[in-house]
Design a protein around this ligand. Sequence first.
Ligand code: ARG
Ligand code: ZN
Length: 879
Amino acid sequence: MKDNQPRTIYLKDYKVPDYLIDHTELTFDLDPQATLVKSRLKVRRNPAADPGDSGLPALWLDGVDLELLSVSINGKLLPAQRYQEMTGGLLLAVETPEFELEVQNRIAPESNTSLEGLYLSNGMYCTQCEAEGFRKITFYPDRPDVMSIFTTTIVAPASYPVLLSNGNKIDSGTTQDGRLRVTWEDPFAKPAYLFALVAGDLQYVEDTFTTSSGREVKLQLFTEARNIRKCEHAMVSLKHAMRWDEEVYGREYDLDIFMIVAVDHFNMGAMENKGLNIFNSACVLASPETATDAAFQRIESIVAHEYFHNWSGNRVTCRDWFQLSLKEGFTVFRDAEFSADMNSRAVKRIEDVTVLRTAQFAEDGGPMSHPVRPDSYMEISNFYTLTVYEKGAEVVRMIHTILGPEAFRRGSDLYFERHDGCAVTCEDFVVAMEDANDADLKQFRRWYSQAGTPVLDVEDRYDEDKGEYTLKIRQHTPDTPGQKDKLPLCIPVTTALLGADGKELPLNQAGATETTLLLTEACQEFVFGNIKERPLPSLLRGFSAPVKLRYDYRDHQLQFLMRHDSDEFNRWDAGQRLALNALAALQVQFRAGEALRTPDALIAGYASVLGNGALDPALVAKMLALPSAQELAEQEGEIHAAAIIAAREFVRNAIADALKPEFLARYRQLDQRTPYSAEAADIARRSLKNTCLAYLCATMDDDALDLARSQLARGENMTDSASALGALVEFGPVEDAEQHLESFYQQWQQDTQVVETWFGLQSTSASYGTLERVQQLLGHSAFELTNPNKVRAVIGGFAMRNFKQFHKEDGSGYEFLSDQVIALDKLNPQIAARLVTPLTRWKKYAASDAGLIKSALQRIAECGSLSRDLFEVVSKSLS
Ligand code: ARG
Ligand code: ZN
């Protein structure tokens, strides 16, 4: 691992490009092992570049894994001494400030298992160029601040009747030898990372959308024939997203056609290529029989996310990859608000905050900790993180909260207008927000540059004589790798005060009952006058900032908030705090070898929630869900895996036993035989019903398991089937589980998405997903190490969502993961670098576990010849 260390790239070294590419003309002659790529570039010296003093600088073109065939300038073949092929690209001597460059090269899509550049998925050609995949297609200045008009011609055998690229189709025909030829032109200048090409034997569904200014846009969704009946939900979601962006942001679609393609082999969720979005099949294909409600909602949000990028990402793009959150943070905020408008706002917020607290906080506190706008990286693919995406979205949300919705809209209008067609920075976004509103976000900017999760410590006092209530808030952001002594941040803390009757107290003359306190100092006091009784504070409502908030709530106060807080998010959060208190106490008892004591306050709190028919069932389901083991781990200073598992199982069983009749009554009430609909109300009903079912089955009573058996047998929709099967796998007798799993597989083996669900049910099961089972699954005929979805379902499920089996005391789970990561790194570095994450947190574990995790990590490090992706993560985790 020592030699050939990858280079670190720094934001401070950014320089504008020496040359611009006004036009890019590409021709692809497709072949699995020898695709011929011809590129013709109109190159021009960048007037904004540093003129230097020694004439025209050489032109650098990025290029990786390419076979160079020829280089010509202005139609003349270039002699070899005029250019130099080096690792990572091509350096060309330049003689005139403007010229036409022609390069020919060959690539082998069939051998490309990195799923970056041009590759094959089930025999269909597709591309993934973000962030730096275009350099695996041809030699090019592969950086987002070089924007060009692309014209793309694709030539392929007649067995690939569908040939797609960005923009509009401007020509098509047949070559002399009977192959198909199609030419596309994208009228919008774009960076190479937004380029896309697809070729295959695909079917499509079509629809239209009429924009607010009356233009008709053709919408097409392409997939393999067997999936053609799974496109409707994505199409409906797309139309909703297009309307929403017009209504909420005033953003209209700009081309005459918008295409989506589903592919089975894909590293991430989806990609916003201009006019031709490419999706992971699992994030676009759905039918009630095959997809769970969670999948329906995920698809709705990802389809919207990629569509929204057309403005926040494509029309206005990033200057360099340090600015990634400019497009991702903003677009995640946009898609979250869209989903909130389409479904339950509180439930969407709860889900997003859960991810943030569980995984983003862990990232912020781990060895890869980085600011929303990183200062440096070795491999940019490693920075498509929860911090850049989710924390980045929280930063945009805070601007929205601080300025208010109308001012935020003025800011976004100015941002889009001012920077349309440009590659810009996070700073430009903040400046637009300031300029449009005459606002000052100077201190707020620290959110972009400081890593780590701030901790707020809140104390209060009430002066009865004066009628004054005071909140004293301290903020502190812990040190993170390479960053010490952080400055105070500007933190919006939305707050209300509840009286003894559970109602909000008025906070001013006008009778407002909620206010956003703006914290700017390390320690600050906020005084509320005219407060007639000692209030209970409802703090950080709606999770108004991505921080850890500490306030010493007593159990009875949390029960009170669970019943009365009018902020649904905080109502849920009170229940979470109650559960965390109970679970923390139980962990202490467990480690002291004491008998575990029944958490009565929590059970009482849950009983009141379960009996409350006035609450949205989706919210009730969330309120009844215990924090995951991963989330509990994130709470602890030092993680004792066995204590977490014992405490959590004990609490779950105690709740199940104590409230069995209530769960049964609610299950019966919600178990209606109505036809499937993906409407929010129906999703809510199924979600609570299946939460009840899981608790009922946790009793392991046969009558409860029979409910799951009959729900599975009815097979009305995948949400109900998968929940029932999951409960049986977790709590039923082993032979029974085996048999249900087997017949489920027999029924669904033709359906890739269901098989992925089936893999996940097993690998994540605390009782069933042992290491032996998971190893068996790797040998299953439906498993492919080259397919990221399957890897995530089996290996990822085990290592990231099966706390109990993965953290087996003998360290076998860690050994297993390191073996898999080493094997994967040879095929797909991006996936290997992601999968290693659970091993990177070793320092937080109690000594014996920490030692085992560390040695698993060291085994990887000692392998030599690691990819840049994996090297960066492993070396930073060991240092
Ligand atoms: N821009 C895509 C999205 O968030 C993700 C692309 C990720 N690519 C990568 N190589 N990590 O919608
Ligand atoms: Zn995105």
